[in-house]
Design a protein around this ligand. Sequence first.
Ligand SMILES: *Cc1c(COP(=O)(O)O)cnc(C)c1O
Length: 418
Amino acid sequence: MKTLALNGGNPVISNAGPHFSWPPITESTTEAVLTQLTKSVSIYNRSGVIAELEDRLKEYFDTKHAVLTSSGTAAVHSAYMSMFIDPGDEVIVPAYTFLATATPLFQLGAVPVLADSDKTGNVSVSDVEAHITDRTTAIMVTHLWGIPADVQALRTLADEHGLALLEDGSHAHGALVDGVKVGAFGNASAFSMNGPKPLSAGEGGFVLTDDDEAYYRVLLHGHYNKRCRSEIPADHPIAAYGVTGMGLKFRIHPLAAAIALDQLGSLDNYLARREVTANYLRQELGHVPGIKFPEIQDGVRPAWYGLPLTYVPEELGGLPIERFHTALLAEGLHEIDRPGSTGPLNQLPLFQDPEPMFPHYSARAEVAYRGGQFPVAEQVWRNTLKLPVWHRLEDLPLIDNYIEGIRKVVDRHTELLG
Ligand SMILES: *Cc1c(COP(=O)(O)O)cnc(C)c1O
């Protein structure tokens, strides 16, 4: 008779953690950073570790161009700029995503048109289609928690309507759809390499594209002078702007690039290990009442940035998710998380009333979102519990403890009711 920790019993896990840490900093990471430190800490053109990492990214994703940026947010901003998104243009973005998938649109004066999720949490293709108007210029898709959205259907939809497709691959480095890496479907795509992301630089990001014109615009948006002057052909009509660029600077730090270059060498190993962990958790917890796993379509390989569980309160006597989660935390399962800043954007003040920050939106009554407008996204988000997907074999006992803890709370859930 194991009493629930919340009711005074012993927790399944007594070690306070952390139980998961990312990125893995190995000796080779340390050496890469120290070597870079002695070589150069500021790179103005496309050379050294910058060129090396961009070349490796182009090879890895099979795209013509890659441009490193200081953050994923900057990468998203430049990707929008590369597609000629103008003030007043409508861009369809998932309602359920991390905020930076959409927030750079405010900088461009464009209108973020939110689309609801399907039951997986990823954006619903039919809801995207329902929001296309004659002012729509692009569709943006996020591959939430590393599980690819239906990017092939979105590609077809964008082509049918003459729209640009953009991808935010920040959760999904290395995820595949029919053998093709996500990030290679869009006209341009943006990735974060922030701390916890599957490919980490600590801070950083990158834009991918096959389109030369988009590449030049990404350069002019986040770079100036040397790099623009060496990369944009001198006879190109916009080459003259290379000296100033567009007025922003989004260069990555060479030490961050050195970290990412080191991590990229192990990415496929980490992804393979994460896949084993995710499959194990799904197998061990697959028949436990109260939780459901996302269905993975044939031909799809997720990057498993996280493992989202859908909580089904009706299967546990209506036990509220807050209480279920509290009971799991009490068992010492500290890494089980409810998503916070990745959530329905219609709940955020910037999307409800941007005018105090951006006065020109006073003319745009359409950016006046309210809670409750995206029922599927809001429901999926509310019922999501997220597990880390461990990448090390030696974490197996810990993974078993998490499984035991979840089973314990589910088995004894009636003690939490009423
Ligand atoms: C992390 C993230 C970003 C922003 O990246 P930063 O590097 O933190 O600026 C954008 N989109 C998604 C989906 C993210 O998860």
